[in-house]
Design a protein around this ligand. Structure first.
Ligand SMILES: Cc1ncc(COP(=O)(O)O)c(C=O)c1O
Length: 400
């Protein structure tokens, strides 16, 4: 079978989209004009079928990118959205109606939870949160009106890896659609559809784009669900800019090499952190300290730059000293770009409703960028020095 690296170089490059050059042109359009009634009729009859019809249905730039994503994830088609959040919310909305119920993983990205608690609730769709490690226990939460089982693996911030094949098999027994936020694996390190997922969703904003300059969402569906997903995306008026799609397609070509470099450096940093006295645990799927590590070993082919660790001491002043002085790690609410990022979170227990968070001290999430790993480790070492100085000063003041 063709390897992912090879597939990514050629995917979406049909001559009808590229017109002979390597990359498809940026084709901006609202209006498509026809010279004859026959041409217009043909376009109208084939408007869902990648034929130029009207800007909102896409142009050759979006056709090339959605083909490339479909090939990458092995589905029947890919719907495009102006953000990862729009991909998640629109994929869910495409399949629910008042009176339905969905199962949402407790470790979902916070805006995904907010959408369930605010928008779904308002339209009469109920949500039950489940522990990411529930496995076969999910069958006890299935109701006759459960339409969607939503997964995110690894989980946001806390990185739990889910047993996707087991969860998917039980969901299918109950006639339930399986959706996965597959952003972490980016379509290269975990084959969602081959593991039983019906709709694989990504914030392409992260690794697909890879350069921190575009917001974009994708949802790749299997044959069974693609027509409904595509039509609902159209009905909801979802469309994306060809300039952004061009950048996403360009980013995608280097995805496997970037992921490998991010992953190798992140493993080195995580190893180094695991020996630090200030660290309680490493939450990286490749470490056996991470819940679901066994599923990572079984189902994934690699990692990337995003992981977390939990402190085993500290206070806000010490953490602020660590964060404020970083040279390479900047604070930002994102990841997946070429640059390193750092984020401290002290309220994990307030962000979950059914899973237990056993740690007392804050979690730090890192995104390991493409800088040299030695510089990143030096930066963190200096950060811990500032952190310890503040703690030491506090202890001395207490003694006085
Ligand atoms: C796991 C995950 N899913 C979805 C999103 C949402 O993507 P976007 O910011 O493009 O809406 C994010 C953003 O951080 C994320 O981390």
């Amino acid at each position: 079978m063709m390897k992912k690296e090879t597939k990514i170089v050629s995917s979406g490059r049909k001559p009808q989209w590229t017109r002979g050059v390597v990359n498809p042109p940026v084709e901006r359009a609202s209006t498509v004009v026809f010279e004859s009634v026959k041409e217009m009729k043909h376009a109208t009859a084939n408007k869902t079928n990648k034929t130029l019809f009207y800007g909102r249905r896409g142009t050759t730039t979006s056709f090339a990118f959605s083909d490339a994503m479909t090939e990458l994830e092995g589905g029947a088609g890919c719907a495009l959205y102006p953000s990862g959040t729009a991909a998640i919310t629109n994929a869910i909305l495409a399949f629910v109606e008042a009176g339905d119920h969905i199962l949402m993983v407790d470790t979902a990205y916070e805006p995904t939870r907010d959408f369930c608690d605010k928008v779904l609730k308002r339209i009469g769709v109920s949500t039950t949160y489940y522990d990411p490690m529930i496995g076969a226990g999910i069958k006890d939460l299935m109701q006759s009106n459960t339409k969607i089982l939503f997964l995110e693996s690894p989980g946001s911030l806390t990185m739990e890896v889910q047993d996707v094949p087991t969860l998917a098999a039980i969901a299918h027994d109950h006639n339930c659609i399986v959706m996965l936020d597959n952003t972490w694996a980016a379509g290269v390190n975990f084959d969602a559809i081959a593991h039983g997922v019906d709709i694989s969703i990504q914030a392409a904003t992260k690794y697909i784009v890879g350069h921190s300059d575009v917001m974009l969402g994708t949802a790749v569906a299997t044959e069974k669900y693609w027509p409904t997903l595509r039509e609902n995306s159209y009905l909801m008026g979802q469309c994306t800019s060809p300039d952004d799609l061009y950048l996403a397609l360009r980013g995608m070509r280097t995805l496997p090499v970037r992921m490998k470099q991010h992953g190798d450096s992140a493993l080195k940093v995580a190893q180094w952190l695991s020996h630090r006295p200030e660290v309680a645990t490493i939450l990286h799927p490749a470490f056996d300290s991470c819940p679901g590590h066994e599923y990572y070993k079984r189902d994934f082919s690699g990692s990337n730059g995003l992981f977390s660790f939990v402190l085993n001491c500290g206070n806000q002043a010490a953490i602020t000293a660590l964060l404020d002085g970083m040279k390479h790690f900047k604070m930002g609410y994102s990841w997946g770009g070429f640059e390193s990022l750092i984020l401290s979170v002290s309220s994990i227990d307030k962000m979950r409703t059914v899973s237990h968070w056993p740690y007392q001290y804050p979690l730090i999430r890192l995104h390991i960028g493409l800088e040299h790993v030695d510089d990143l480790i030096d930066d963190l070492a200096a950060g811990f020095e500032r952190f310890n100085q503040v703690l030491l000063a506090n202890t001395s003041a207490d003694k006085r």
